[in-house]
Design a protein around this ligand. Structure first.
Ligand code: FES
Ligand SMILES: [Fe+2]
Length: 395
């Protein structure tokens, strides 16, 4: 169908929050991959990339990336796609000697991506090895976090996160090591509901009694230079809950952190899908990667500086326990939200000013995918074209 024959939906009323159909539409899920291809993606941490041959892999939006340390010690990003017939070259994280060998037919590449070896080279009519190196991808390290991108980015990660740079630097994240293996689960709901709950603290006093006792009096959300930031200071008053009370009393002093971060839990949202959480005793990231319209990979990992104090180990255990309780609570709200999207009486979201982060997240999606402003899903088979038409109208 050409653009000329597509009629926009009859219900043209537009809104600045996402309508339930955007959480349920397979066609919308398909164009959402643009969000993931056009932003930097947090792919891992530098602790997995300390020496030549170390690599990490990262998949999103139908793309596959690998980041590897070359023989000079520099990081290189490539599509994790063999140039012969597209096999996956490397899986998960690990280390290879000085070659990347394809497990399918054995083409091998140098750590700089150059095609080095091909079994039975004479059986190829014309093969100029120089034309068949791995396809490069942009890579950037920001305070120990490794970002890749499936497109050329207009801004660097450092520019994007510039407003928090000075606050993050003292944590020394690049010197941290994992406290536990990365976790990854596939969850049965749309990726956006996870950020909808994560982008506001309005639900904390009621939905998360343990967090409320930990930092309820001080918690606040704000958008700072385009970054959603949540900031909280641990309450002085001893909590009733065992984990929180013990965390409050055992948390030691961390000499590398300034005074205002000694008792601070704060979070940086990185659009579209990642959050960096900074606690005095450790740092964590978590993120979503859509698999289908109602399936999401949820992954993350915790990192900490070498610290042999028993209080630090206890604080790490207790904060993980508090976060575990929070996660179980959120899980139930998220499932209910996703289910509510199907309800015949699902209300227009009415947001408090303390839920500005939700609004911001929705508007960011709408600015890139303007079809998401519509209250009704476009007719089957037309969503991509309607979106393109709205996009050209807003240029
Ligand atoms: S697909 Fe990699 S060698 Fe054939
Ligand atoms: Fe929550």
């Amino acid at each position: 169908m050409s653009n000329d024959t597509i009629e926009p939906p009859t219900d043209q009323s537009q809104r600045n929050t996402l309508a339930p159909w955007t959480y349920l539409s397979t066609e919308f899920h398909e164009i959402e991959s643009e969000l993931f291809k056009s932003h930097w993606m947090l792919a891992g941490h530098i602790s997995s990339l300390r020496k030549s041959g170390d690599y990490i892999t990262f998949d999103a939006a139908g793309e596959r990336a690998l980041v590897i340390v070359d023989e000079q010690g520099d990081l290189r990003g490539f599509h994790n796609v063999c140039r012969h017939r597209g096999a996956r070259l490397l899986t998960e994280n690990g280390s290879c000697k000085n070659r990347i060998s394809c497990p399918f037919h054995g083409w091998s590449y140098g750590l700089d991506g150059a095609l080095l070896g091909v079994p039975l080279p004479d059986t190829f009519e014309s093969l100029n090895k120089a034309d068949y190196g791995l396809q490069p991808l942009p890579v950037e390290i920001w305070h120990g976090f490794v970002f890749v991108s499936f497109s050329v980015q207009p801004t660097t990660v450092a520019e994007q996160l510039q407003s928090v740079e000075a606050e993050v630097a003292p944590y020394n994240i690049e010197a941290m090591e994992p406290l536990a293996p990365a976790y990854e689960q596939t969850r049965p709901y749309n990726w956006k509901v996870i950020h909808d709950i994560d982008n506001e603290g309005y639900h904390v006093p009621i939905g998360h009694p343990s967090l409320q006792q930990l930092y309820g009096q001080s918690y606040s959300d704000r958008i700072e230079h385009g970054l959603p930031i949540s900031d909280a200071t641990i309450n002085e008053k001893p909590a009733r809950l065992w984990s929180v009370r013990n965390y409050q009393s055992l948390l030691p002093q961390f000499d590398h952190l300034p005074a205002h971060r000694q008792k601070s839990w704060w979070y940086i949202g990185i659009f579209p899908n990642a959050v960096i959480a900074l606690y005095p005793e450790m740092v964590e990231y978590y993120m979503t990667i859509p698999v289908s319209v109602n399936e999401t990979r949820y992954r993350g990992q915790q990192f900490g500086l070498a610290d042999s104090r028993r209080e630090t180990a206890a604080a790490r255990y207790l904060s993980s326990r508090i976060n575990g309780i929070t996660e179980v609570e959120d899980e139930s709200f998220v499932r209910d939200m996703q289910e509510g999207m199907r309800s015949s009486v699902f209300p227009e979201p009415l947001l408090s000013s303390t839920e500005a982060g939700v609004q911001y997240f929705h508007q960011k999606i709408q600015s890139q995918l303007p079809v998401a402003r519509l209250r009704q899903e476009p007719a089957a088979g037309t969503l991509r074209e309607v979106n393109a038409r709205l996009q050209s109208a807003q240029v």
